[in-house]
Design a protein around this ligand. Sequence first.
Ligand SMILES: [Mg+2]
Length: 257
Amino acid sequence: MGEEWINDFRRERARSGIFLDFDGTISEVAPMPTGARLHPRARKLLYRLATLHPICIVSGRRVRDLVERVGLPHTHYVGVHGLEWWEEGREVPDPEVLPHLPALERARRELKEKIEGHDGILLEDKSLTLTIHFRMNPGVGGEMVELARDLATRHGLKVVGGRMAVELRPPVEVDKGTVVARLCAGWGLKRALYAGDDYTDVDAFRGLRRLMRDGGFQGVAVAVRSEETPLDLEAVADVVVDGVEGLLGLLEKILEP
Ligand SMILES: [Mg+2]
């Protein structure tokens, strides 16, 4: 892909959206999820971009956590892969999720029992999803994925893979792609960029593709490459950048007058 699209973004800023993942995209991946911080250069850059473009941060984190870490004005926030939205200063769950909360509670109880005594396993309970992180003990990754699959089958939930993590979530058709599609349509955008570094970001790329198939829409899928970036993410991207710094370089070009 050439760089002509950058000129299109500069020409019609208000109709050109910027959607960004958080971890590994505008924040360096930290050994523990609690350590991740918005890159200082990203803070300055996004502050300026948000006065010109519609901007949304779409993450797997809880939306309140995202707002606290990013905290920029004129920016929209969506958490838990589209299950939780930030509206008028508070978190709002997607209504489709509500019927599945009892099943999630049963799975939560069972999961806590089963992972007790495992070293280097961190259970991240986001209320609407349960994520098992095994970055500190990659050797049990296979076992954890099996455990998640078994719980999902028995409790009627869904499994999503991540980087050194596996997640249980309600079986609703909500993902980063439906978020991108919903906001692009709602905001009347003509084009949008989405940048991410992980499996769940492929959903967002698909959301852009769906809008393009409907016609009259320009989507730019940006893969942020790191040592752990899944190869299939790069394969389906329009643009590949090197790490957080590489993405910030690209966003600076969009900001240039
Ligand atoms: Mg990420």
